[in-house]
Design a protein around this ligand. Structure first.
Ligand code: 1GP
Length: 251
């Protein structure tokens, strides 16, 4: 049963926006993880994404087990490669890096991971992952050896997203990269949203309420925030309130 995907699809159908908190296992220790979980449980968070393009510590398991124990919010792995598969999560974004031309990240890692995922209890979320230039080189660009789409090329982003949808992917994720200087432009979000039916996730460099609000208004169905939550303690609540009030005003 595809619980995460079907609830996301129903939310999008009802015009309801969602908020995903991204936790990078490398940046957490037991104390900061506890703080983060308390903040998540006292706010309205729809998904917890766990991962990153490079994970150098052994924290992934610890973080997921703690989350499993302490929160009901669905935990979705945001993997950098097949090594990041972990059964303690509820689901995994099966990312195909469709903005790039590196076969390993388009299909290679997936072939290696598919038998393991099939045996696992993880819900797989087939996702067209599109990198957008966020103003500075990102780890994901470096690791994947791919170029992001320029932030002023909505047509290229839209054509890429349409191709992903036509290939049967179930989600599109526009990412300016972790800690991007410039988030994905409103022009790109609007154009992509206009051209696809499947849910649209947007992240990278959203570090003010205004930027989050612009992404939602432009058409993001899910906004993902990582760095800004680590840097500003109250930000998680501010975004949770923003998404809630957005959903109330649209109801
Ligand atoms: C990065 O979309 C995520 O892959 C979130 O980015 O850490 O900049 O919020 P930030």
């Amino acid at each position: 049963m595809r619980k995460i995907l079907s609830s996301l699809y129903s939310n999008v159908k009802a015009g309801k926006k969602s908020f995903a908190v991204l936790l990078d296992p490398d940046k957490l220790n037991p104390e900061s993880l506890e703080d983060r979980i308390n903040a998540i449980n006292s706010a309205s968070v729809d998904y917890i994404f766990v991962g990153g393009s490079l994970i150098s510590t052994d924290n992934m398991n610890l973080v997921l087990e703690k989350l499993q124990e302490k929160t009901f919010v669905p935990k979705v792995i945001f993997p950098g490669n097949g090594l990041h598969i972990n059964e303690s999560a509820d689901g995994i974004l099966l990312l195909s890096l469709i903005s790039g031309r590196n076969p390993d990240f388009l299909i290679g890692q997936h072939v290696i991971s598919a038998p393991i995922l099939k045996r696992s209890s993880l819900e797989t979320l087939p996702t067209g992952y599109i990198l957008i230039d966020g103003g500075k080189p990102t780890t994901v660009s470096y690791i994947s050896n791919t170029f992001p789409i320029p932030n002023n090329k909505p047509d290229v982003a839209a054509a890429t997203a349409i191709a992903g949808e036509m290939l049967g992917l179930k989600l599109i994720y526009l990412d300016a990269g972790s800690g991007a200087q410039i988030p994905v432009s409103e022009g790109i979000i609007q154009t992509v949203k206009k051209n696809i039916e499947i849910p649209l996730i947007v992240g990278g460099g959203i570090n003010t309420v205004q930027k989050a609000s612009k992404a939602l208004a432009a058409g993001a169905d899910v906004i993902v925030i990582g760095n800004a939550i680590e840097d500003q303690p109250g930000f998680l609540h501010e975004i949770s309130q923003l998404v809630e009030s957005y959903n109330l005003s649209e109801a």
